[in-house]
Design a protein around this ligand. Structure first.
Ligand SMILES: [Zn+2]
Ligand SMILES: [Zn+2]
Length: 425
């Protein structure tokens, strides 16, 4: 990395990537690249900046335990500090802070750090620094619009998660645990919904929201006016919101979550960017219910006939499925990985067999549970009947009194007779 020191700034005037585009860089990524350009660890740069601004830190500041790209005032503070030190303006646009007054916090942060391997690989192939996109830090975004693939969260080399930037030394694009290139990860094609959401959020990130000053209520009132004739309760039931939630937005300063905004954008056929710019004067929502407005994506991997499969990675993914709380069948594994079942048994025999065995045990246990539940119900029905003074009950009568789940157990009448005979003998 060759960055000339800026004579007017204390730190290199490193240019942030993707400013003003859907692929805007996150401040976390910028910060790591900045540290790297100075030959410092990210932790050392964080300590140095805090000291420079005489910021008291009681305990050791683990820089990576904070999210520098979030909506918090802390992110905004970091953006301001780094702008001052680098001479690069508006670094807060690389955080979610500008959306603090329009986006609810709930459900916004992803459970683990994600990335699009194709984006990182493309950065590298172009000879530029691989960098992390801000959109990857918004949980409802699960896909890359540019490459039409799902984001991933596992290092393809060591299979660990949260290895993107949670360490004192970070080079964006490389695993903080094993050092492998994160752009090597394999990922599947994105769903149409995933791509639609990625597009919406990407457009939103291009420009600051303009409604931040006028407040949300006038916008929300316009939305309810156009989409439900001004009736909040109709709006709530029509689009799956709670009435108290709507009332909270309108009367108590509540802020819709990103998912709520996406619901409005989808059914109102209006972009998030237009909503947040307050461009609603000419907006007419559609009369008919809206279907997903985009065609099926074209996978960048489609048409590649014999893709070379990375069996080490596939076996690792199978092992991960083996550890998943919900047992996964080989059939499902083959669907998820896009690899033929026969091939899985051939090339990852141990893992495939272990999956199959685990799944069979799970099915058997489920069957036993259902039978035990059924027998309890039959017993209860009979006990009630006997307590009421009757001598017995036909299997058909019992069947009529158990719930539909129990009714559908195979061999039901055999079970009923067995329990009845047990009780009455
Ligand atoms: Zn991508
Ligand atoms: Zn790794």
């Amino acid at each position: 990395m060759h960055t000339m020191p800026n004579p007017r700034s204390t730190l290199h005037a490193l240019a942030p990537m993707g400013a003003g585009t859907p692929e805007v860089e996150s401040l976390t990524s910028y910060f790591c690249r900045l540290a790297h350009s100075h030959g410092m660890t990210a932790q050392k740069l964080a300590d140095w900046v805090l000291q420079r601004f005489n910021h008291e830190v009681c305990e050791k500041y683990g820089w990576h335990q904070r999210n520098l790209s979030s909506m918090s005032p802390e992110s905004e503070q970091w953006a301001a500090w780094l702008s001052e030190l680098t001479g690069v303006g508006e670094l807060d646009r690389h955080t979610l802070a500008p959306w603090r007054t329009v986006l609810g916090k709930s459900g916004l942060a992803p459970k683990s750090d994600r990335w699009c391997p194709c984006c990182l690989a493309e950065d590298k192939a172009k000879g530029t620094d691989p960098y992390l996109r801000l959109s990857w830090d918004l949980a409802p975004v699960t896909a890359c619009l540019r490459h039409k693939v799902e984001l991933t969260s596992t290092c393809p080399h060591c299979q660990r998660s949260n290895v993107r930037n949670r360490s004192s030394i970070v080079v964006p694009g490389y695993c903080t645990s094993c050092g492998g290139f994160l752009g090597d990860a394999e990922t599947g094609p994105a769903s149409p919904e995933g791509l639609w959401m990625a597009r919406q959020v990407g457009q939103m990130l291009q420009a600051r929201p303009k409604i931040a000053d006028t407040g949300l209520v006038p916008l929300l009132e316009t939305i309810i006016e156009r989409m439900a004739d001004g009736r909040p309760s109709t709006f709530a039931s029509r689009y799956g919101f709670s009435k108290s939630g709507i009332s909270h937005w309108l009367n108590k300063g509540g802020i819709p979550t990103l998912s709520a905004w996406l619901t409005i954008a989808l059914h109102g056929a209006i972009g998030l960017d237009q909503l947040f710019a307050g461009e609603v004067s000419d907006w007419v929502p559609p009369l008919e219910p809206v279907q997903m407005p985009i065609a099926l994506p074209e996978s960048p991997r489609a048409g590649i006939q014999s893709r070379a499969l990375d069996w080490d990675a596939i076996r690792a993914q199978l092992r991960e499925m083996l550890r998943a709380p919900q047992p996964v069948s080989v059939h499902e594994a083959s669907e998820r990985l896009g690899v033929d079942r026969k091939n899985l048994y051939l090339r990852a025999n141990l893992e495939a067999r272990a999956l199959a065995e685990r799944y069979q045990r799970h099915r058997a246990a489920l069957g036993e549970q259902r039978q035990a539940r059924l027998r309890t119900q039959i017993g209860q029905v009979l006990d009630e009947r006997l307590a009421a003074g009757y001598a017995g009950m036909s299997a058909r009568d019992i069947w009529n009194r158990i719930d539909t789940e129990a009714q559908s157990v195979s061999g039901i009448f055999r079970h009923i007779s067995a329990v009845r005979d047990e009780r009455l003998s």
